[in-house]
Design a protein around this ligand. Sequence first.
Ligand SMILES: [Zn+2]
Length: 457
Amino acid sequence: MKLYNTLTRQIDEFKPQNPPEVKIYTCGPTVYDYMHIGNWFTFIRYDLLMRTLLAEGFKPTWVMNITDVGHLTSDADSGEDKLAAKAKREGKTAWEIANLYTKYFENGLKKLNFITPNYMPKATANIPEQISFIQKLEAKGYTYQINDGIYYDTSKFPRYRDFANLELDEIQPGARVEYNPQKRNASDFALWKFSPKNVKRDMEWESPWGKGFPGWHIECSAMCLKYLGPTLDIHSGGIDHIPVHHTNEIAQSEALTEQPLARFWVHTNHILMNNVKISKSLGNTITLEDLADKGYSPEALRLLVLESHYRSQSKFSWNSLASAQARLLRYKNFAVRRFQPTGSDQLMPPKMISYLANDLNTPKALAELEAWLDLAESKTLQLGSIENAISLIDQLLGLNLAGVKDIPGTTKDLIAKREQARKQQKWDLADALRNDLQNAGIVVLDTPNGPIWQYLN
Ligand SMILES: [Zn+2]
C-alpha cells in the first residue's frame, strides 16, 4: 500500500512498525457546535483510510480525540475558549456544551456509517496525563512561565520549522489579537493557560503552576503517547493543521520522547463551496440535517466525498450532491437485484482496492466500479456474484448497500399482475398498474429475462 507522506513530501510505500498492527491517530473535532459538511469531508477521508488498511490486511488501532477544552478562537493562544464562548452565548455550562456536541458528533458517525474508532478520548478526561507531559517538558528545559500561562520555547527545539517549512519571521506578532508581549518567540505556544483572575471557569483544574486548563496542542501529544506509544504509524488531520497544530505536536512530543512522533503524516485538503472554504467563521456551513431536509442521504454525501481525491481541493455544490445521489441510486438498484430472480453469469467483484491502495485514489476506484456496473448490468448474474460485489463495495466504501430493503409483498403482487396483464395483452390494465407502481416509487424494466424492478429514488 502506498501513501503520500507529508513528512517526505512524496508517495511512499506504507510500512508500519509492527505489521500487521497500525497505530493511527486522527485529530478529532472541537465539540462546540454542530459538525458541518466541511468537517465530515475530512473525517470520511479517514474512515476510507481505515477501510483501505483493513482491506489490505492491516490491524489498525484508531484513536480520535475529542477536543472539549482549550481550543481558543485563535489558534495562537489568544481569544476565548470556543466552548466557553458558546456556553456563555447559550446560557449553558461548558460541560453541557461539550456533552451536547460530543453526542451529536457520535450520532453523525453512526449516520454516516463510520468505522468506530477504537478510542475517542476527551481532553477533559486526560488532564493528569497532560499535566505530567508538561512537567516532563519543564524538567527538560523546554518551558517558561509568563503572566497567563506556561509556554513552550520553540527556540529550544531546533527542528521547529522543519515540518511546515515555516519562516518564523513571517509569524507577525502584531497580526494576532491579544498577542502576549511576554512570549519569548512569536511561535511559542501555551501548554497550560491560567484561569483569569477573579473568574470561575466551568472547566479548570489545579496544576503545579496554578489553576487553569491545558493548551489545545498538548492534548494530542499526551493522548498519542498514552494510547499508541511514542511513535505512531500514521498521524492524520486537516491540511490547516500543518503550520501550527501539527508542528507544535511534533515539538512537544519529540522533545519529550526523542523519537519521531509519526512515520506517516496524512493530510486532507479543503473543501470549497462557491470557491470559498466551508467554515463556521464564514457562516456558510451545512449540516447533515440540512441535507436530510432537502432529501439527501448521508450515503450521498459520503459518495460525493469519495468522488474527489483527498489531497485535492474538493468542491461542494447542491448540483454535485444531486449527481452523487443519482450515482448512489444506480448502486442501490444493483443491490436490489439480489431480491429478484437471478441468472447464471458469474463476475468477479470490481477491483477497486488496487486504486485505493495507491494513495487512496477514490476517483479511480469509483471509475472502476462504474465500468464494472456497465458490465454487470448487461448480465444475468448469479446471486453469489451479486452478493460478493455488494459486500465488497460496502466494505471499501461504506455505502451500506446491504441495508437497501426489498419491496413489500403487495408491491410484488402488483408487478406480477402487470406481467400477467401484459401476457394477456390487456395494455390498459398493464399501464394502470405501471402507474400504481410508479406512485409507490418503483419502476419496472422489461428485459428479455422478465421484469426487473428498481427504485425511482
Ligand atoms: Zn491534534
